[in-house]
Design a protein around this ligand. Sequence first.
Ligand SMILES: [Zn+2]
Length: 209
Amino acid sequence: MCYVANQIEIDMPTLSPNLELNKCPHCRIDNPNLVEKNRLETRDHKGSRKRIWSTYSCVRCGGVVTASSNSVGGEVLEHYPENPSVDESLPNKAKAFLKQAFDTVHAPAGCIMLCASSVDAMLKEKGYSDGSLYSRIKQASVDHLITEEMKIWADQIRLDANDQRHADENAGLPEEKDAQRTLEFTVALGEYLFVLPNKVTRGIHRAGE
Ligand SMILES: [Zn+2]
């Protein structure tokens, strides 16, 4: 996904029994306990580019991270999934809320509120300031600022942690999967409204040079 870029870890981790990332790429917990489960060696078709790969599992969420290095105990050169970062072309407020939302996905109600604040900031930037988030998204769809499909998507996720519209959600409290879905929508909305238009503008500018 083009939105998600590499986030440089403060201290480059090594291929050790515990992978020391700042955050778990899945549940975003700080200083995750990522425990090595497997190790294998690969080379390219010419028999060179030797890499040692280890798979790690997050003790908290069970998510798997794969990391590679030139040697056991050596510096990790790549790991998947990477930690997400927020595109710089988003408006400042929307960007700040979205960054925090990524970091709180393990606290779903908080994450959803931050996503809603990010969506709110994006819509305000486009001149949609009045009414509920859903009514503004609906209006943005009527005005063709966003597609009808994006409005349908917005209807299927929770932009409000207290949203009781979905009959299949018995207790009402959002779960991590709800937060993930809301996060996905928020990222997509940001891409559609700001990131892609920005890329297109830059492309036209470069082509004209
Ligand atoms: Zn995790």
